[in-house]
Design a binder for this molecule. Structure first.
Ligand code: FAD
Length: 437
């Protein structure tokens, strides 16, 4: 779905309960009360839509990319948290008796907060705060990523149930049958997305198993893992894309990790990944056994040069971030008349350079940048900074080349700043980050 259509669909779905409430129920109350209800209705709709946004569905992420959809998921979650946390404090209407007064069938004169509405509201309010704070501060928590993810998913599901209970019991607009039906539809979509992610997707993956055929050292604390398809044709992907991979784990395991595919599409159907030791799982990659099973979910990502008409390619990568760039360069080598390309490749020291022997054979100008160069080093030294990018990529920028960035966040920031300083428009910059924060 193209980004504009996605934004329009999202805004419509979030605004719908507010519009339905205002159209179907009357009379309007004081503006702080109407604002409070609008925040609650839109916030709860947004909360239910978060399940779709974070579910890695191609219909949602296809046009904008996974990184962007995760960014939206995080930012919208913060906005909806604020809306839902603030809304109880805006009401000016007094709290009334628990039974509807015959003269106030539209619930305009009192807030009908019974024990059920209070308990679901209060627990939901606290849970929402905890979920959002633990997501923002995830890296500082002493939990494994998978434990956090399980807690986040279960907490969000509980929150949806509490929110629905609260809305149906306390909500003035949510008492209308049409709005109730709307909540049922959004809740059904959220439940279906959970069923699709944790039920149907693993079943589909289990039908397309892979086998680990090789695990070899690729550079210091970095491994090349090669997979081959078992009983199926493999994965159709574009050079530069990535996949969620379960290595030596069942298809339904929560231990899945995103890795860029470093090999070129086609060939014998094998996939190569370059995996840098970063945390508890990646530190065990070197001990994976050839012959063990694997499952590959993808492809994902929009770091692709297919369909791009720019006259040349300038790739800027840092560390393992060169993996998708290698895939692009390997695919480019197979084309009959490849466009000119250059690679600016940063590492801390020489021992970390990936595909060091292969790079000179790929027909691209390679500019190595080392923070700790060996004696007699003739290449660039230090980090990939905006000045270095401006100096080494000026020709490519002036010639209208396409820029592809992948590396650690500081490198990406510097590269973006360097390109912006040279006036390279955003549409000529494609990037993939290795983290969603
Ligand atoms: C699109 C993308 C492509 C990537 N490609 C590569 C690659 O080609 N080579 C490479 O070495 N690394 C790549 N990474 C990074 C790699 O996924 C993490 O280093 C790895 O998952 C860390 O797992 P861990 O258990 O060892 O470390 P942990 O300590 O558990 O995690 C470290 C950090 O990695 C991220 N992470 C961990 N698990 C997941 C997960 N299941 N989903 C999303 N993020 C997670 C989280 O931000 C976490 O804080 C990529 C990341 C992304 C998002």
């Amino acid at each position: 779905m193209p980004a504009r259509l996605l934004i329009a669909a999202y805004a419509t779905l979030v605004g719908m309960p507010v519009a339905l409430g205002w159209l179907l129920v009357g009379p309007a109350r004081a503006w702080p009360d109407e604002l409070s209800s609008a925040l609650a209705l839109a916030g709860f709709a947004a909360l239910l839509l978060e399940f779709l946004l974070s579910g890695r569905f191609r219909a949602v992420t296809g046009g904008i990319g996974i990184a962007q959809s995760m960014r939206w998921h995080q930012r919208l979650a913060r906005a909806l948290t604020l809306a839902l946390l603030v809304h109880p404090f805006l009401y000016t209407t007094p709290t009334g008796p628990q039974v509807l007064r015959p003269d106030d069938l539209a619930r305009a004169g009192v807030l009908h907060l019974d024990a059920h509405a209070l308990v679901t509201g209060a627990i939901g309010w606290l849970l929402l705060g905890v979920l959002t704070l633990t997501a923002i501060g995830r890296d500082s928590l002493p939990w494994r990523y998978e434990s956090w993810r399980l807690m986040h998913g279960l907490g969000a599901a509980l929150l949806a149930v509490l929110g629905l209970g609260h809305a149906l019991r306390a909500g003035r607009y949510s008492a209308h049958p049409v709005v109730v039906a709307y909540w049922c539809v959004l809740l059904a979509l959220a439940v279906l997305s959970l069923v699709a992610v944790y039920g149907l997707r693993p079943i589909r993956l289990a039908r397309r198993p892979w086998r680990i055929v090789a695990v070899t050292p690729a550079a210091e604390r970095c491994w090349q893992v090669v997979l081959e398809p078992v009983g199926h044709a493999g994965l159709r992907f574009r050079a530069g894309q990535f996949a969620w991979v379960r290595l030596d784990r069942p298809a339904w395991s929560m231990r899945e990790h995103p890795f860029s595919i470093a090999s070129a599409p086609g060939g014998d159907g094998r996939l190569a990944f370059l995996i840098k030791e970063a945390g508890d799982f990646t530190r065990t990659v070197g001990s994976l056994r050839p012959g063990a099973r694997a499952f590959v979910e993808g492809p994902h990502g929009t770091l692709s040069v297919e369909g791009r008409g720019e006259p040349g390619l300038c790739l800027i990568g840092g560390g393992a971030g060169v993996a998708p760039l290698l895939s692009i360069l390997r695919a480019r080598r197979r084309t009959p008349a490849p466009r000119p390309a250059m690679l600016v490749y940063g590492n801390r020291h020489e021992g970390q350079i990936l595909a060091e022997d292969e790079l000179p054979t790929l027909g691209v100008e390679v500019i190595h940048v080392l923070q700790e160069p060996p004696p007699g080093w003739a290449g660039e030294t230090g980090m990939i900074t905006r000045d270095l990018v401006a100096r080494r990529c000026a020709r490519a920028a002036a010639a209208g080349w396409l820029f592809l960035l992948c590396g650690p966040p500081p490198m990406m920031r510097e590269a973006r700043a360097g390109l912006a300083a040279m006036g390279v428009p955003a549409r000529r910059i494609l990037e993939e980050g290795f983290a969603y924060d």
